[in-house]
Design a protein around this ligand. Sequence first.
Ligand SMILES: C[S@@+](CC[C@H](N)C(=O)[O-])C[C@H]1O[C@@H](n2cnc3c(N)ncnc32)[C@H](O)[C@@H]1O
Length: 250
Amino acid sequence: MSKTKTHFGFQQIDSDDKREKVREVFDNVVEGYDLMNDLMSLGVHRIWKRVAAEMSEIRPDSYFLDLAGGTGDMISLMAPRLNHEGSAILSDINEKMLVTGRDKLIDSGINNFLAVQLDAQLIPFKQDSFDVISIAFGLRNVTDKKKALNSILYCLKPGGKLIVLEFSKPTNEIIREIYDFYSFEIIPKLGELVLSSEESYRYLAESIRMHPTQDELKELFENCGFENCNYENLTNGVVAIHTGTKPREP
Ligand SMILES: C[S@@+](CC[C@H](N)C(=O)[O-])C[C@H]1O[C@@H](n2cnc3c(N)ncnc32)[C@H](O)[C@@H]1O
């Protein structure tokens, strides 16, 4: 039987191998991950994450799950908004990223959250568990996006909201060309300079190019059964925030 294929950056690989390859990428960069985010985006990723947090409409008593949460930036914005009736979970498939995120949050005085190692494609929580689920710069790395969206839909409460913050397609042709040059020529060199990891940051550039466009991702949300599907471009579409809710009626 032939194996299903997927992409890992520009390479075609067996789907079964992607998880391991993505794990290697994040194992390689974990120590300088936050520094590289600040350098690559000149700190603007912090603003993108703040906008995503605002769009979540989280309430003090919300049950919140952050998927592919890495070093914990989304939890640091969301957990302080919760009271004792709410709940926040930092999750990631990669143990090193998760532990780094957990420790960073605790060191910064945030401790009203749980840390759980999990795959966004098979979320091990009961049906209708969460009011808000977010995934920031994570969906691109997941082998089967549809499977992840179905799993998210299952775990959201009826009326619950999904927020996906992800690199996307710049809307202006000139900005797209500058951004391409920056992604393929500058970012991998920066990765080499800071973390001796040119390859990991080349994967970043390639995976951004392979990710669905704004409209394609919105359609995928709709096909999976989300309603009120929308997106907002930030920084001319360099990133987009997609939102969708779980229907109240089955
Ligand atoms: C670019 S980082 C984003 C981290 C964080 N959300 C942020 O915005 O800084 C992508 C994260 O996705 C995680 N990841 C990749 N595949 C995953 C999967 N199938 N399920 C859960 N997490 C995954 C990686 O381990 C990594 O920590």
